[in-house]
Design a protein around this ligand. Structure first.
Ligand code: PMV
Length: 323
């Protein structure tokens, strides 16, 4: 059978950084994110006797490292479904992968949904989220819709669920791509290094409080408090990265330029805050009504590209197959 799924990427307000189990990708802490409307992956999977081996095409390219990780995931799906057939997988992102934007979240969420359906499984959201998590941690957060929390826990209890629907809060998330094609240290290696930071233990000891605080702030829609906490959290994540041994420096001069520019926009009374993942790009968050003003201000900055997002739904099956 053949199935196609579309899944959004997501951006974490409280970040996942560090694991307690490598293989199962169990996080050292809970995290919270929102799905992004402008960054999506579409994936078609077909299991058939016709295929002698698994064929994987991502953005029209064959990449042996990516293929290996996809096959590992297909093996998990085959085991769950009790089938042995090989598969063809075709996947495309609607954003440039070379830009170094995280694509594993949307990629593994789409692969999990399309793959399990194509294998004849009809998994509930929780099971899909657990399976996506094993493929790539943050992918579990791209399964449910809207604002999502991923709980820490064991294999059966660490999954993501919606805490507020996508239309709960009218905010905009502007992805600012500051460089292209740059290779950075992947999150798997980066997370292994987290425990070498002298500040990691402190971060973990305070993170539950932070999660409770942000949920309350989102519930009450207090944008200014929300933005401050999100920005503090991104800087804390990068403090762990910067103080890991060896040190991980994801920022470029352009990243710093946009960080300072964000502070300047705030001085000019625009409520806009940033967050940053394991890369040089920046995500600016503002009330949706101020989006145009922020976009207009960004026009003065050279050599950047922007993608405008709003909170989005999670992974879904679609009829429009890629082959
Ligand atoms: O799931 P991964 O391996 O792509 O790791 C994601 C790590 C961060 O993006 C830095 C934080 C997060 O919670 O998304």
């Amino acid at each position: 059978m053949k199935a196609t799924a579309m899944a959004p990427s997501n951006i974490a307000f409280i970040k996942y950084w560090g694991k307690v189990d490598e293989g199962l990708r169990l996080p050292a802490n809970g995290s919270l994110s929102v799905n992004l409307s402008g960054l999506t992956t579409k994936t078609t999977v077909e299991f058939s006797e016709r295929y002698q081996k698994d064929e994987v095409l991502i953005n029209n390219k064959i990449d042996s490292k990516k293929t290996e990780r996809v096959i590992k995931h297909l093996d998990l799906i085959r085991k769950k479904a009790g089938i042995k057939k090989k598969a063809k997988v075709v996947s495309v992102n609607n954003f440039p992968m070379a830009a170094g934007l995280a694509s594993s979240a949307s990629g593994f969420a789409a692969l999990t949904l399309a793959g399990s359906k194509a294998a004849g499984l009809n998994l509930p959201e929780k099971e899909l989220s657990i399976l996506a998590r094993i493929g790539s941690g943050s992918a579990c957060r791209s399964i449910p819709p809207g604002f999502v929390e991923w709980m820490e826990g064991g294999d059966e209890t660490s999954f993501a669920k919606t805490i507020f629907p996508a239309n709960y809060w009218d905010i905009a998330i502007i992805t600012v791509i500051v460089s292209t094609g740059e290779k950075t240290t992947g999150s798997t290696l980066g997370m292994e290094l987290a425990k070498t930071s002298p500040f990691f233990k402190t971060r973990l000891s305070l993170i539950k409080q932070k999660l409770e605080k942000i949920k309350k702030i989102i519930k009450e829609k207090k944008f200014c408090e929300f933005g401050k906490l999100v920005e503090e959290e991104a800087l804390e994540l990068h403090a762990i990265m910067l103080t890991s041994k060896p040190s991980l420096i994801y920022w470029t001069p352009k990243t710093l330029e946009i960080m300072r520019f964000t502070h300047m926009m705030r001085k000019e009374k625009l409520e806009v805050y940033f967050t940053i993942d394991a890369g040089p790009h920046i995500y600016l968050i503002c009330p949706n009504k101020d989006k145009e003003k922020v976009i207009d201000k960004l026009k003065s900055i050279k050599e950047i590209e922007i993608i405008v997002n709003e909170p989005a739904n999670g992974a879904k099956l679609i009829q429009d197959h890629l082959f």
